[in-house]
Design a protein around this ligand. Structure first.
Ligand code: NAD
Ligand code: MG
Length: 387
């Protein structure tokens, strides 16, 4: 293949986005950039767009448009702003799209890329959590390719024998356990956002870092895995593995268990998706098993981490439950980061929202967006009442 792969990055200024930019910048022989999309970080976005010679740069936040236009003046790079422009960027004919916007905000643009049959690197797990069934149906219908970027799902994808689906006994997601793995609930009651985002193994955006600390991240990943690999809830196990070396495993009926290992560095799963079906180099530290010496495993604690139960219940309930759980969690995490509620209140807000927002069937993306809005309003009300 001689033509370079055209790439669009949704969420280019974030943690996943910047890692993706780094990998693309290293291989101008393989990739050219169509569009870059961010929320409001004009300085980083304009710099990336100039370096990568993107055709288009988009900010979701319309207030940031004048600054973007100014920062791109004379470059020949087109500037645009607003939610519609974000979706329009995803609709441009790039061969490969990185979906790395955080939260349900990534749903519409990711879906737009899927609907034109693109190869999509999916970091934005929230869009599968809130609209998994619809998303997977659209992937099939439009012959799009969804390549998981989440490290656990990339691991499973790499060892999952899709043509032996009925011979797969279960999949096992590994979890680092986050910064509060060994801490009591009394300790967690008083932790600050700074403590919650200080992840022992991974360097990530603020929202997913808090999700890792609460283990909602693993709950979201359980639902993500269910949709990506068509596995029922009771065939997805979670095991805590504090070293984050084994990124996940697949167990087969003959007793074989296949795993993918690597250093905890997102550039590896991003490179896997970027190069697919080929492999490309990534500058992640090489795995040195003798230096690591010991790999350990433990059961997750459902009492200290109620998020895992809430995610399993939501997945079993089906319909709107996972969208409600995700929306309430997004609102609660933002409130925790804004110091409006405590860390343990995150799961309380989610549980109460799941109890009180009526459960409904989901038949369309509009149904998802309506439930998402309803759950956000309810969760915000709970938080206001507390404040
Ligand atoms: P981040 O907060 O660092 O970056 C988020 C990106 O999304 C930024 O570029 C931001 O500008 C953009 N954005 C936010 N709201 C937007 C909106 N409304 N419209 C357009 N752009 C918007 O987050 P991250 O850590 O890079 O995570 C991104 C996604 O990848 C999340 O869904 C996360 O769960 C997932 N993920 C991240 C990691 C990781 O290591 N960081 C690992 C696995 C999965
Ligand atoms: Mg993950």
């Amino acid at each position: 293949m001689s033509a370079r792969r055209g790439v669009t990055i949704l969420g280019s200024t974030g943690s996943i986005g910047c890692n993706t930019v780094e990998l693309i910048e290293a291989r101008p022989d393989l990739y050219r950039v169509e569009a870059l999309v961010a929320n409001s970080r004009v300085d980083i976005l304009a710099d990336q767009a100039r370096r990568l010679k993107a055709k288009l740069a988009v900010v979701a936040d319309e207030a940031a448009y004048p600054a973007l236009k100014e920062a791109l003046a004379g470059s020949g790079i087109e500037a645009a702003a607003g939610a519609r422009s974000v979706v329009a960027a995803a609709e441009l004919p790039a061969d490969w799209v990185m979906a790395a916007i955080v939260g349900a905000a990534g749903l519409a643009p990711t879906l737009a890329a899927v609907r034109r049959g693109a190869v999509v690197g999916l970091a934005n797990k929230e869009c599968l959590v809130c609209a998994g069934q619809l998303m997977m149906a659209e992937v099939q219908k439009h012959k799009a390719t969804l390549l998981p970027v989440d490290s656990e799902h990339s691991a499973i994808f790499q060892v999952f024998e899709f043509d032996q689906h009925d011979k797969i006994e279960k999949i096992i997601l590994t979890a680092s356990g986050g910064p509060f793995r060994t801490k009591s609930r009394e300790f967690m009651a008083d932790v600050t956002p700074e403590q919650a985002v200080a992840h022992p193994n991974w360097s990530m955006g603020a929202k997913i870092s808090v999700d890792s600390a609460s283990m909602f991240n693993k709950g979201l990943e359980l639902i993500e895995a269910h949709h990506l690999f068509d596995m029922p809830e009771d065939k997805i196990d979670i095991v805590v593995h504090p070293q984050s070396v084994i990124h996940s495993l697949v167990a087969y009926v003959d007793g074989s268990v296949l795993a993918q290992l690597g250093s905890p560095d997102m550039r590896t799963p991003i490179a896997y998706a970027l190069g697919w079906p080929n492999r490309i180099e990534a500058p992640a530290p090489k795995l040195d098993l003798a230096a690591i010496a010991t790999l350990t495993f433990e059961q997750p604690d459902p009492v200290r981490f109620p998020s895992l139960r809430l995610a399993r219940e939501s997945l079993r309930a089906g319909g709107s439950a996972a969208a409600v759980m995700n929306a309430a969690n997004e609102v609660a995490v933002a409130a925790f980061l804004g110091r409006k509620i405590g860390f343990l209140d995150i799961a309380r807000v989610v549980e109460k929202t799941l109890e009180r927002v009526p459960h409904e069937e989901i038949n369309s993306i509009d149904d998802v967006l309506a439930k998402d809005a309803e759950a956000r309003a309810f969760a915000s009300g709970l938080i206001e009442d507390k404040a």
